[in-house]
Design a binder for this molecule. Sequence first.
Ligand code: ADP
Ligand code: ZN
Ligand code: ZN
Length: 743
Amino acid sequence: MIIQVAVPGPFLTPLDYLYDLTEGPKPVLGGRVRIPFRNKERIGLVMNLPEQSDYDPKKIKTVIDVLDAEPLFNQTHLKFIEWAAQYYHEPIGEVVQAALPKKLRAGEAVEVEGLPAWKLSASGKKVTPNDLPKNAKHQIALYNLLKQASEPLSVSQLNGQLESWRASLKKFIEAGWIDEHRGLCLADTYLGEAPNHTLNDEQQHAVDAVASLPDKTFKAFLVEGVTGSGKTEVYLGMIEQAIKQGKQALVLVPEIGLTPQMVSRFNAFLQKPIATLHSGMNDSERLCAWHLVRTGQVSVLLGTRSAIFAPFKNLGLCIIDEEHDLSFKQQEGFRYSARDLMIRRAFDLKIPVVLGSATPSLETLHNAKAGRYGYLQLKLRAANAQMPSIKLLDIRGEKVQEGVTAPLKNAMQKHLEAGGQVLLFLNRRGFAPVLMCHDCGWQAQCPSCDANMTLHQAAFPSSADTLRCHHCGHQAFAPQACPSCECTEFVKIGQGTERLTETVTEWFPKHRVVRIDRDTTRLKGKMKELTDLARSGEADILIGTQMLAKGHHFPNVTLVGLIDIDQGLFGADFRAPERMAQLVLQVAGRAGRGEKAGEVLIQTHHPDHPMLRTLVSQGYDQFAIEALKERKLASLPPFKYQIMLRAEAHLAQDARHFLSELKQALLQMQSEQGADSNGLEIWGPVSAPMERRQGRYRYQLLIQSAQRSQLHKLWNQVEPYVYSSPLARKVRWSIDVDPQEMN
Ligand code: ADP
Ligand code: ZN
Ligand code: ZN
């Protein structure tokens, strides 16, 4: 018996293996096998059971072990995985790797017995805090938490609420105060109270449009709802309908860690625990969630990008929230778009797919306006909240203190006095983006990148400031003296969130300031802690990067200030204006979501910038219409399709040379195709906007065409040469279909 196995590595198709039929369990389509591979063993997935092999049977190796008696993926799902491999021109084994949880890639069993969770035993309940050592802070905290909990607490719940608990728990177990449970490992089983909302007309219309679709129908919908219009409520309404018909739903969101409230909203509304899949979970938790979904024990999976590959028992609805968000595109390795894969998956399964956003990508908007997608709009904010007023603050000639103009500072004062919260957006973490010598102008640069190092202030007065490269992670202590002239005086140029926080804390000493960026939320549970402070109103002033822009609902924020958006106005990437508009409106959308009206102030040196003016005075839709016109004139996506080829090497010439050869091969194929290849464009090779990163020189080659099929056909013809080219071994190269970033 011959089987074809997807094996990790640079193989574009599955590899043939022999299987000895006489003994042991049989390999199944969509199940895992262990196979010999260059003196090692690997785990692969059975993709086909062909009648015979094209290879010499004597050369085919034999399967070592069959790991699954039942398929992990059904046939439709295998087809979906194959499609993804073909569309993104990614080796099939690598796509399978992306689709499997780590524990299954490592060969562990798919069945899980659940994860441990703990509650107080009968004798544990009799304990009083006086029985605990007086200064055992961690024991007391753990004890109080267990005492309050109505259900056993899992590892993730404990991690989310306590700093340190394992040692204390061990003591409690030894004392016989604890009962251990093995649960279904649902991240957060506390369901909370069901909300009592009646959908408004626009919301109901959107839910009905999807629910009234005949069974076994594929259709994509865009839900374009202004910030605060209650899109989540709409998704929940749609999911409720799907569940009524016995179906499951897949919901993709940009980052669950960023919006911890999302999971509780789902649980409370559905009054049933949902499963989640995201980077904050450990491997056991992930496998468990995967298993629950595959066996149909939960109805909803809420996950980030990679959840698109999870197998379902009976998937009936796909939803992607903030569909414009860049995080749905994987930017390294297998560069897939979870949004585009979701559309394909819904198409395969003949089910509806819903793309939601306040600021849809121009691609999606174009499809909706052309009638390819159902176009559902929510133009009003839910629950009587009003859209905020947005104003540009001309920063030119203004007196600016630490990046903040007087009018913005005054507005902060006014809103704080009125009892509102203020949110300041600055998309740059650290203290200052540039450290310069006062005497000779020397600047701290990353040794491995074409970039400045950012100055970060010491966490404790006793330690030293650091310099960090935000591109490669390189770190060093800030120098005491200039490496070039030995002068000891430095200028810290520009604003980062640390500096802004310091300034604002000085200005408003009576108010609590909370900074939310990647540095303050690195530890587990921190994001929840800080956003809870923001939501409850304990924090008066919130300062943050784009982490604060996404999906949060802080009802008491009445003023949003955008400190510095100018760098987004003139990016090298043709998508820069689009991204900028999305970010500005998402940040602005945090204002006035409750009862009090919101105000948004945008500081800029370019108040006459046409795009900014259109956005502020006429809104996203008009902006998008104009941006799409420009794209059409310039022959850019969504009117053209693109594939980007990138190469990087320690020697610039290696990367350039590789791409030049590739270009030659493409041109030759193109001329062989003759008339067929009209309108195909090849740009480059050129250096990337940041030419050197992590010590490597980076180059790129862009191919573009009005016909997607033409592009893919051409690449398919060239691909085998690339894989076998000796030049390819000198560089790191990658292919990016529908690239989202030109860097
Ligand atoms: P979006 O995701 O569109 O920005 P949300 O879904 O976060 O908006 O909704 C904003 C707020 O409005 C939430 O607090 C939500 O509970 C509330 N809300 C949404 N729809 C309704 C409704 N029909 N009735 C009452 N409150 C609603
Ligand atoms: Zn100097
Ligand atoms: Zn660097």
